[in-house]
Ligand binder design. Structure first.
Ligand code: NAD
Ligand code: SER
Length: 336
């Protein structure tokens, strides 16, 4: 008999660590985690961890003989800045890795006659606004607005959202009589900020980097202009969104892909909040025009009314709570 598990790919990353903590706290979930990297030592015992590559087909052939994936949180990916430096690798990991996992989950859904839930974190990178005038005008974009990404990562995310919907509604409809489809659900996240981990390879990294550097007394040069405005969310809300969407009855969902957001903030406003908390902090600007171009193409805010309506989404942390109750105290304590 195969063991029923929740599979989390990319589990050693920022979201993965926070999600594993939260799912393990429940006590009843059996977690199977997979990443190129081992889990940090403090995660020992919380999951069965496999150091492996999402692109390793043989590994997955073996895993399905042993495990019944009830829910899959597919987090493994190369983030936006890193993907611009290695676009072909990004395509392999972000698209081909996702495609083979979707196919496996679709086949598993049919084999066990019950849908596997497949939760996929997408991104504001799926948007591509043509210029700053439009970015200022269309401040809260809906899911279907400006789906014209300008990065490899954004293209990967948008396409994988579509692939997920394909496997959820159309896969093998002509070949199999009444196939059981997998149950694909995706979230478009804004930039995420954790008090306990640091990002690597993303383009929203200036937000978390500024706060973590100040708390360590290190100077920081922000790589985007002060007026650069993006939506952000703190990690506990990201985990809340993933779990709420995963638990929601399918009948309540009117879309496969949902925007979720918390607060929009400019780089100058983040800097000011960090200076208020750490008055001696040295934060300057050294603009990286290429990363600036990416940030300029991403929306200043996203409209998440569908998530609010369909599955009761609401962030716990607005900007005040995010900084005053979560980020500043936890990051201050971390480096004390
Ligand atoms: P992260 O970079 O911290 O974690 C990604 C993890 O995936 C890493 O631990 C990495 O080792 C692993 N990985 C990469 N390639 C792999 C492979 N071939 N096989 C197995 N594992 C592999 O990123 P994160 O912030 O935790 O993001 C997780 C997911 O959420 C990603 O899909 C990302 O695109 C998405 N997302 C993140 C943000 C954000 O701001 N952090 C925003 C929107 C969407
Ligand atoms: N925060 C991510 C990045 O910057 C967006 O998905 O790549």
């Amino acid at each position: 008999m195969r063991e029923k598990v929740i599979l989390i790919t990319g589990a050693a990353g920022e979201i993965g660590q926070a999600l594993v903590h939260s799912l393990a706290a429940n006590g009843t979930n059996k977690l199977l985690t997979l990443d190129l990297s081992p889990m940090p030592a403090e995660f020992r015992g919380l999951s069965t961890h496999i150091v492996g590559d999402i692109l390793d087909g043989r590994l997955f052939e073996r895993l399905v003989t042993q495990y019944d994936f009830d829910i899959i949180f597919h987090l493994a990916a190369l983030l936006s800045t890193r993907a611009e430096f290695s676009p072909e690798l990004a395509h392999r990991v972000n698209v081909e890795g996702t495609l083979s996992l979707l196919k496996l989950a679709a086949e598993q859904s049919q084999a066990r006659n019950r849908p596997v839930r497949f939760i996929f974190p997408s991104s504001i990178a799926a948007y591509g606004l043509p210029n700053l005038e439009i970015k200022a005008r269309d401040e809260y974009v809906r899911e279907w607005d400006w789906n014209m990404p300008t990065t490899m990562y954004g293209c990967n995310k948008l396409y994988c959202e579509m692939l997920g919907s394909y496997f959820c509604h159309h896969y093998q409809r002509l070949a199999v009589n009444r196939p059981v489809m997998l149950d694909f659900r995706s979230l478009r996240f804004p930039g995420l900020i954790s008090a306990f981990t640091l990002p690597t390879g993303g383009t929203t990294d200036y937000g978390p980097e500024m706060i973590h550097a100040a708390a360590q007394g290190k100077p920081y040069a922000c790589f985007v202009r002060p007026d650069s405005r993006l939506p952000f969310m703190v990690m506990p809300d990201a985990v809340k969104a993933l779990l709420l969407l995963a638990e929601s009855p399918r009948a309540n969902l009117t879309r496969d892909v949902y925007n979720v957001t918390s607060f929009s903030i400019s780089a100058a406003e983040i800097r000011q909040r960090v200076l208020d908390a750490f008055p001696g902090a040295q934060i300057d600007y050294a603009i990286d025009e290429r990363r600036q171009g990416i940030v300029d193409s991403w929306p200043a805010g996203i409209n998440d009314r569908a998530a609010q309506r369909d599955w009761g989404w609401r962030a716990n942390y607005d900007v005040e709570r995010a900084f005053n109750e979560y980020l500043i105290p936890n990051i201050r304590q971390r480096y004390e």
